[in-house]
Design a protein around this ligand. Structure first.
Ligand code: CA
Length: 223
């Protein structure tokens, strides 16, 4: 699992990163709301731990902005203010859970495990598009100017990352972690195989979209 931790108290941030990495998570960390939005736009995290009081943009503004962009990544809002009112407004804004400072690390882990167990919210209707293709996430069907085809779950997961980050070069480690998970011992060559499958799918549906190899780094979707 790849986490984003947004916390401006440096000592707390560093200590949480240390403990979370020890639990096996990949952690990106930053200390203000604007940087958080930059990370969130990459849409590569499975869960976001978001402090409420932050410089530049506070946690609720970050949450509001990402939900407005239809980014449904689960968020645990962390705050020093523990009043009921704050809790209600945080949940209204689309936080998935709420944690009050100071908290024990075990408590945080329990919340993370609880959210990780929830099935991913993938609406049948969710449709991701780029140029001349669209992919319906619920049934994994890719449609282009020349027709449609069904994809395997892995193919869909891989395509989803490209569709959510069009025109961006995505590194091999990032793609491997996102599609196969960080605990799996997937062979590097698997990624190349699946890229090959996706290229074939794009051809099948008559699309002008291509997945370009960026030597030494990874891949990029473009036209
Ligand atoms: Ca803070």
């Amino acid at each position: 699992m790849r986490l984003l931790l947004v916390e401006d108290e440096e000592r707390l941030r560093e200590s949480l990163v240390f403990q979370l990495e020890k639990e096996g998570f990949t952690v990106d960390a930053c200390g203000d709301g604007e940087e958080a939005l930059y990370y969130i736009k990459q849409n590569i995290h499975d869960l976001i731990l978001l402090d409420r009081m932050l410089p530049l943009l506070d946690g609720t503004q970050v949450l509001k902005a990402m939900r407005k962009e239809h980014n449904g990544t689960p968020v645990i809002l962390i705050t020093a203010l523990g009043t009921l009112e704050d809790k209600v407004s945080g949940l209204d804004l689309g936080a998935d859970d709420y944690l009050v400072k100071p908290f024990a690390f075990e408590e945080l882990m329990a919340r993370i495990r609880c959210i990780a167990r929830r099935p991913r919210k993938l609406s049948q209707e969710e449709l991701l598009t780029f140029r001349d293709i669209s992919c319906s996430m619920g049934d994994s069907v890719l449609t282009g100017p020349g027709g449609s085809c069904s994809m395997s779950r892995r193919e869909r997961d891989l395509l989803e990352i490209f569709l959510r980050n069009p025109g961006q070069t995505l590194s091999r480690p990032l793609l491997l972690t996102r599609v196969w998970g960080m605990d799996s011992d997937v062979e590097e060559g698997n990624l190349d195989n699946y890229i090959h499958f996706l290229r074939r799918r794009l051809k099948t549906v008559g699309s002008a979209v291509s997945i370009r190899t960026v030597r030494g780094i990874g891949y990029r979707m473009e036209t």
